[in-house]
Design a protein around this ligand. Structure first.
Ligand code: B1M
Length: 216
């Protein structure tokens, strides 16, 4: 039923049409479409497609940048609606979140943060290109239950391991759990580096985080 709006959303990202994406996001809210469906069925297919075009040389960096900006504008529009759904939830725990050092991709990480907040976690989002020790020290300062580390590049994935190792060196394990994610990250990788949790997407990240704090 909503196929047409989803297709338009995907196209707006593909074409880097920020204003159109924001308009479509608002239309979706008005039509009572679940914001998460708008993201996953509408905007994400567009960003995936531009990523594929980029990897085979059919699209170039400026188009990737525009697609990213468009996706972010759409997310910013949908976020307040998602936050509303999480009002009055009981606090489940604290998560320190960031995209690992060397990596500036923030769309997926931000979505994970929003979903965790909606589910009832206090999320301290440190942004992108976050040094390992900033994650660890912030977790210590706030007595966080979980450090969530996102990586979108095969070259930055390895830095996720450093987070686990730093926590071990500082005697903060096993109390401080580590959850990893991001497009190139796999369950096998998470296991190999000794992370406690892995999720393929933002919805799954909530289930994993709940499990890690013993709430589900
Ligand atoms: Co970049 N980029 N990019 N990029 N970019 C990818 C990742 C790439 C796969 C594109 C490609 O070639 N097909 C490729 C990586 C190749 C590789 O290493 N395997 C790539 C490259 C090469 C690069 C540059 C090196 C390009 C260059 O400069 N030559 C450069 C790197 C810069 C850097 O970080 N140092 C670069 C730059 C950029 C932009 C800045 C232009 C822009 C980012 C804008 C922004 O984030 N503000 C960008 C974009 C948009 C992409 C693609 C197209 C889309 C990423 C995205 O936002 N996806 C991407 C191709 C792709 O993934 N399809 C690509 C949508 C988002 C909702 O999904 O982030 O996967 P995702 O998050 C998901 C899950 O992964 C998971 O849940 C999220 C929601 O469901 N998840 C977690 C994420 N984090 C999690 C954490 C968790 C749990 C789950 O727990 C803590």
């Amino acid at each position: 039923m909503n196929d047409e709006i989803y297709r338009a959303m995907s196209e707006s990202v593909l074409e880097g049409e920020t204003e159109r994406a924001v308009k479509l996001a608002n239309e979706a809210i008005q039509a009572g479409i679940d914001p998460l469906d708008a993201i996953n069925l509408g905007f994400v297919p567009g960003v995936d497609q531009i990523g594929e075009q980029f990897s085979c040389g059919e699209a170039f960096l400026p188009q990737l940048v525009m697609a990213g900006e468009t996706m972010k504008a759409a997310l910013n529009t949908l976020e307040p609606e998602m936050a509303k759904q999480g009002l009055n939830r009981q606090l489940l725990g604290t998560v320190v979140l960031g995209t690992i050092v060397g990596d500036i991709h923030d769309i997926g990480k931000t979505l994970v943060g929003t979903m965790l907040t909606v589910a009832g976690f206090k999320v301290i989002d440190l942004g992108v290109d976050v040094p390992v020790m900033t994650l660890v020290e912030t977790a210590r300062e706030h007595q966080a239950d979980i450090i969530g580390v996102s990586a979108l590049l095969t070259t930055t994935m390895s830095n996720q391991r450093d987070v686990v190792e730093a926590l071990e060196d500082l005697g903060m394990r096993p109390e401080t759990k580590v959850m990893v994610g991001g497009a190139p990250v796999t369950r096998e990788w998470a296991k190999e580096i000794g992370a406690d949790g892995y999720s393929e997407d933002a919805v799954g990240a909530v289930a994993v985080a709940r499990h890690l704090v013993g709430a589900g």
